[in-house]
Design a protein around this ligand. Structure first.
Ligand code: GSH
Length: 217
């Protein structure tokens, strides 16, 4: 059976679980405890020498990097959420790249400095935090406009790009990032968060976070 190595607070891991859910795949979800540095242990580095989650093991085929993983799974299932038609696929990949590189990059800066630096017991970097907020301020309206003009991120059909954006934006609340002004993102997000593929991953991102914070303060 497909194995997914990940963690509940890892947006890229959740992206893989949401995609597997949407594709109707059965899988074993193996939690990797980052706070116990399991991702630095030899058994894990054998799976991913980079030492990052998520990783999948699909009957011995090992793959890391969440976007590569969800493309592989959707292609294997010949799913229409990742169509083979050249231009449709190119647009999906354009929005996936934009989401991971620009939105995800900015989210990481904000989340690390506002939330996870405390866990790691390192000082927050105010400059990096501000850069992250500035990038989100610049890029989220672009996504909002796209979702005003189209029902889904890559156009008229639900695709891997929507799963990627949904998982990437999941931590906005714990990061204190306001997206309320982005009406179209808000509506799109609400509609997708009520669907089974999301609810099979979690009801709400970070639902266990309060407990974790309490344990560590
Ligand atoms: N580009 C990667 C990002 C993976 C990533 O940054 N994973 C984080 C958790 S969200 C991680 O494993 N961090 C541990 C570390 O870097 O030591 C992907 O999309 O899979």
């Amino acid at each position: 059976m497909l194995k997914i190595y990940g963690a509940d607070l890892s947006a890229p891991s959740n992206k893989v679980r949401m995609a597997a859910n949407k594709l109707g795949l059965e899988y074993e979800y193996i939690l990797v405890a980052l706070r116990d540095k399991e991702h630095k242990e030899l058994w894990f580095l054998d799976l991913n020498p980079v030492g990052k989650i998520p990783v999948i093991d699909d009957d011995g085929f090992i793959l890391f990097e969440s976007d590569a993983i969800i493309k592989y799974l959707a292609q294997k299932e010949k799913s229409d959420i990742y169509p083979s038609e050249l231009k449709k696929r190119a647009l999906i990949e354009q929005w996936m790249d934009f989401t991971s590189i620009h939105i995800g990059g900015a989210m990481s800066r904000v989340l690390f400095n506002r939330v996870f630096a405390k866990f790691a017991k390192v000082e927050a970097d105010e400059r990096s935090l501000q850069d992250g907020l500035n990038f989100l301020h610049r890029f989220l309206p672009v996504v909002d406009k796209q979702l005003k003009e189209h029902p889904y991120l890559a156009g008229n059909s639900f695709s891997l790009a929507d799963i990627s954006l949904l998982a990437t934006l999941d931590p906005v609340d714990i990061g204190g990032i306001s997206i309320e002004e982005q009406d179209n993102i808000v509506k799109w997000r609400q509609a997708l968060k009520s669907q089974d593929f999301y609810l099979k991953c979690h009801k709400e991102y970070g639902e266990k976070l309060k407990g974790i914070f309490k344990d560590r303060t």
